[in-house]
Structure formats: structure tokens, C-alpha cells
Ligand binder design. Structure first.
Ligand SMILES: Nc1nc2c(c(=O)[nH]1)N=C(CO)CN2
Length: 162
């Protein structure tokens, strides 16, 4: 049985073949088709780095159906990161490709190396912005708020949206 996933994609380093981060993200969005059926790809946005990273990021999101369960999909995404030349580095440092599972239509997953929903996605405009462009009505199973509500909450006065 296949499941739907929301995947976040990011890059802030050049790739020797693909070039600038936005081209890395575009290539990664295409490559996701090897892991399932991609039903939506967001526009690629530029965003200021959050955390220890130095350079600007290109970010995007995709919705895909896949036969993989969450740990198997995560393993496949990590393999793709390595194929794109990512090497272990600082947790919040610069990277050629970052692929995260944000949401899964099966609800929650909690393992030693993986939590779905992604624990921090509600505070990350660079995830919510692109995600809202393709799946605004998808609800976070923990807060039960839609992606468009979570995104509005990040950018609007809190009192209005609680
Ligand atoms: N704007 C932006 N900032 C980041 C990003 C990212 O994808 N976009 N990823 C990080 C590490 O996961 C750290 N900071």
C-alpha cells in the first residue's frame, strides 16, 4: 500500500555538475521520482540561512506517493543526499543537499532516528512557505492545524491566530 509524503528540499552549496543551489534543488526534485510518484513540486524559493549556516539557501517541497514506509524512505533520501555529494558535517552547517520527511498521511512515526511530523517544521518558514504552495490544506496530526494556518501563524500577530 502506498503512502503520501511531504518532503522538504534544501541546498546552500554548489554541486560540481548541477551548479548553484537552486539547480541542485531542481535536480533533487526530479530525482525524487525514482522513489515514488511525485504529484506536486513547489516553486524554488531563496531564503536567508537559519542557524549556523552561512550562505543563502534554495528551498522547495514536494508531495509524493511511495511504497516505502517512513524509515525506508528516510534511508533512500539519505542515500540520495550522499549521491549528491553530501558528507557528514555540522548539524546546522552548509550542505549541498538536505532532504527531510515533513509529513506522512499515516500520521505519526517515532523511531530512534526519525520523527514524523518533522519536530521543527512548524517554526520554519523555509519549509512552510513552499509546502503551502502545494498542500495548504494538509493538517499537522499533532496540532491539527493546516499548513496554511501554521504558515500564517509564523508571519502574523500570534494573538489573532491562536
Ligand atoms: N533558510 C534555510 N536555513 C536553513 C536550512 C534551510 O533549508 N533553509 N537548513 C538548515 C539545516 O537543516 C539550516 N538552516
Amino acid at each position: 500500500m502506498s503512502s503520501a509524503y511531504l518532503i522538504a528540499v534544501g541546498s546552500n552549496r554548489r554541486h560540481h555538475l548541477y551548479g548553484r543551489p537552486r539547480h541542485v534543488v531542481r535536480a533533487a526534485l526530479e530525482e525524487l521520482a525514482a522513489l515514488g510518484t511525485v504529484s506536486a513540486r513547489s516553486p524554488i524559493i531563496a531564503s536567508a540561512p537559519m542557524g549556523a549556516a552561512q550562505r543563502r539557501f534554495a528551498n522547495a517541497a514536494a508531495v509524493m506517493d511511495s511504497e516505502y514506509d517512513p524509515p525506508a524512505l528516510l534511508a533512500a533520501l539519505k542515500r540520495m543526499e550522499r549521491q549528491f555529494g553530501r558528507r557528514p558535517g555540522r548539524r546546522w552547517g552548509d550542505r549541498v543537499l538536505d532532504l527531510d520527511i515533513v509529513l506522512w498521511d499515516g500520521g505519526y512515526w517515532k523511531g530512534s532516528a526519525l520523527s514524523v511530523p518533522h519536530p521543527d517544521f512548524r517554526d520554519r518558514a523555509f519549509v512552510l512557505g513552499p509546502a503551502c504552495a502545494i498542500a495548504p490544506g494538509w493538517r499537522d496530526p499533532i496540532s491539527n492545524l493546516s499548513l496554511s494556518h501554521l504558515n500564517a501563524r509564523l508571519t502574523s500577530p500570534r494573538a489573532l491566530l491562536r
